[in-house]
Design a protein around this ligand. Structure first.
Ligand code: ZN
Length: 245
């Protein structure tokens, strides 16, 4: 069974549609949260997800909470805060209901843990290095944990000797995940990449072989930027899409 793993769409429906096509034949789609925030098409992104065959899991993220008024916007930088306030005004009752119903963390089949940010703090923590990853391995019990939030594709490995390391990711390379080690895996961001690659990022998890493959795909960045400009969203958020930071 092939699972499309996506995260941090951030209301970039142009990138989302491109990724959904690029996934190819998948049996299920799991989304690790932050469907809205930053981007110009929050309702369209939610509707596209809901209409997608195989859409099975979608978590909530900090920007989804911000749009729902569940967190203090003073914790956000000014651009993110302005985008969150704009997003709140756009959301339809159906979109609000969808966001309200998202879980912040789940364990799938007693096999795979999923959290938007980290298993220790599902909404807030950034797993950006091996010491933060190390602290998080004791907060879940499965061999594999999927997270988003940093917008950077990553694999952290805890091996049988107790060593935690970050594994280098190469696009298109398949990484086996069932070898006695434990893994924290981040597919990167669909709608606002921060790995210095402006292309949309996603991953394919094969539940039969227990391996994951990372990918990037080009999308029409200018189209998204034009929509952001028309919506009056902050210039810095428009610019950053060019660079992937
Ligand atoms: Zn995010």
């Amino acid at each position: 069974m092939r699972i499309g793993i996506i995260s941090d769409i951030h209301a970039n429906v142009v990138a989302l549609e491109t990724v959904l096509k690029a996934l190819g034949p998948v049996d299920r789609i799991w989304c690790l949260g932050d469907v809205v925030g930053y981007g110009p098409n929050p309702n369209e992104s939610i509707a596209t997800l809901l209409a997608q065959p195989g859409m099975e899991i979608c978590l909530t993220g900090n920007h989804d909470w911000a749009a729902l008024g569940k967190i203090d916007l003073n914790d956000f930088n000014p651009d993110a805060r302005q985008a969150a306030l704009w997003t709140r005004e756009q959301l339809t009752p159906a979109s609000l209901q969808f966001l309200e119903e998202r879980p912040d963390m789940i364990v799938y089949n007693s096999e795979i843990t999923m959290a938007h940010a980290s298993p220790r703090q599902p909404i807030w923590e950034y797993i950006t290095n091996t010491s933060i990853a190390r602290a998080n391995f004791s907060h879940f019990h499965t061999a594999l944990c999927l997270v988003g939030h940093t917008h950077v594709p990553a694999i952290f490995v805890l091996d049988a000797q107790g060593t935690v390391r970050e594994q280098k990711i190469i696009d298109g390379q398949t990484v086996p995940l069932r070898d006695g080690s434990r893994y924290i895996v981040n597919p990167g961001s669909v709608g606002q990449p921060r790995d210095n690659d402006p292309r949309a990022a996603y991953a394919i998890l094969d539940l039969v072989s227990g391996a994951i493959t990372f990918h990037h795909v080009e999308y029409d960045i200018v189209q998204t930027q034009q929509r952001m400009y028309n919506a009056g969203l902050p210039a810095r958020l428009i610019m950053r899409l060019n660079y992937g930071w």
